[in-house]
Design a protein around this ligand. Structure first.
Ligand SMILES: [Zn+2]
Length: 419
């Protein structure tokens, strides 16, 4: 096995089949309800966890490569349950390519986001990336795909489009039920009912973009499986909480999506954060600093309305959490000015601002996001059999969720990610 050493770090280039690694001396938060394990050892074979436990009980095979994570706190890799990849260059969309997909998956990984569930606009290169990732040599974020966002005009077309989705083996079907603050027609119930019905017949789940409480109730009634944004027009009520819980439907808050709609009316303070600048597209950052653009956003009615929507979404996140609804961390990053990786870490802070505890937030961004997207057999916690996707932090995220920014290293299938 090729190993390159540099001051303070070791980079492992590729893994031979059957390769075993032992990550030692770490404090491990395994993502289950188990208490953190001090001085833990994680044994990894072929990219998957063999065991996680106190060093004294670890069974490290002879010849295993040892990696010390002394002084670090390990958490499962973060899972973004609503992102997008491959489309954006600078502040423009429509550039989908294999290179851009890979670029985005590396960017996510650099910030500890080891899986992104794309909710739409996925093309062939995205499907190929997904199909190629079940390998012990992976070193970028995992990707799951929804294909095109479906916008059928008739129930018949709805069924045809869902059948196309099934043929291309999407991981979920995605639709929008929204009028964009009253500016566009909204998908009517007879259409989304046909989409959901046909998807369920094909064994597929349906993720719904929405804004309004009444639409949430409508799509839940019709059998929607995943709510891809916060309810942002009014307070959630007991009835919608009951509907979500009865069918175990998760809600994905995407608070940073709202932020992106108004924050560039001035230059955000994080534009000087080295962690942000490390991977942000400099062209996008420059464009967002232009006074004319900022002025335009300041005067935009929709920007100001989404600012209010963020407050509503924040309040609803707390109400849903207190009501026992499962929250899947997600951001809707990937479109222009929604910066992948950095925004996921910002999302965690916004969830804390909403009143969630670090433990709740971490669960939402790991185990729960995995469960909500039916990925929990393979990821979400550090348990035997799952991929060894994890982040080593320099500080304890259970003390302060912002400590997820203090990234020492990121590992995917036990491989150190370049960052
Ligand atoms: Zn989206």
């Amino acid at each position: 096995m090729a190993v390159v050493s540099a001051p303070g770090r070791t980079v492992v280039l590729g893994q031979s089949p059957g390769a075993v690694k032992a990550f030692t001396d770490a404090r491990v938060i395994d993502g289950t309800d188990r208490a953190p394990i001090d001085n833990a050892t994680i044994v990894v074979r072929d990219g998957r966890v063999v065991s996680v436990g106190p060093a004294a009980r670890a069974n490290v095979p002879a010849g295993a490569e040892r990696v010390s994570l002394a002084g670090k706190t390990v958490i499962p890799g973060l899972i973004n349950a609503h992102g997008h990849v491959g489309n954006t260059v600078g502040l423009e969309q429509g550039h989908y390519s294999a290179e851009n997909v890979l670029r985005d998956l590396r960017t996510y990984a650099a910030y500890g986001v080891t899986t992104v569930f794309s909710l739409g606009d996925d093309q062939d290169a995205g499907f190929k990336a997904r199909d190629a990732q079940n390998t012990a040599s992976l070193n970028r974020a995992r990707l799951f795909v929804a294909g095109p966002v479906l916008a059928p005009k008739t129930p018949e077309e709805a069924r045809t489009l869902v059948d196309n989705d099934a043929a291309m083996k999407v991981d979920i079907v995605k639709i929008r039920v929204d009028d964009n603050l009253g500016s566009t027609p909204k998908m009517p119930p007879e259409i989304y009912k046909a989409v959901i019905d046909e998807a369920h017949k094909k064994g597929l789940r349906v993720a719904v973009h929405l804004f309004y409480l009444d639409d949430a109730k409508g799509v839940l009634d019709a059998g929607a499986d995943f709510i891809a944004h916060s309810i942002r027009d009014k307070d959630v009520d007991d009835s919608v909480i009951g509907m979500l819980k009865r069918r175990n439907v998760c809600v994905c808050p995407t608070l940073t999506r709202e932020v992106s709609t108004f924050v560039y009316e001035s230059t955000p303070e994080w534009f000087s954060d080295p962690l942000f600048l490390k991977h942000a597209d400099p062209k996008a950052v420059e464009a967002l600093k232009q006074p004319a653009r900022q002025e335009q956003m300041k005067n935009s009615r929709s920007a100001q309305r989404y600012k209010v929507a963020l407050e509503q979404a924040t309040r609803n996140l707390k109400k849903l959490t207190d009501g026992g609804v499962v929250i899947a961390m997600g951001t809707d990053t990937g479109p222009p000015a929604r910066f992948q990786g950095y925004f996921e870490l910002m999302e965690l802070d916004l969830m804390a601002k909403a009143g969630l505890t670090p433990k709740q937030i971490l669960a939402s961004a790991t185990r729960d996001a995995a469960k909500c997207q039916k990925l929990d057999k393979d990821i979400g916690t550090l348990e035997p059999g799952k991929w060894a996707d994890f982040v080593a932090l320099d500080a304890d995220p259970l003390a302060n969720i912002s400590n997820t920014r203090k990234i020492a290293s990121v590992w995917i299938a036990g491989n150190r990610v370049e960052r």
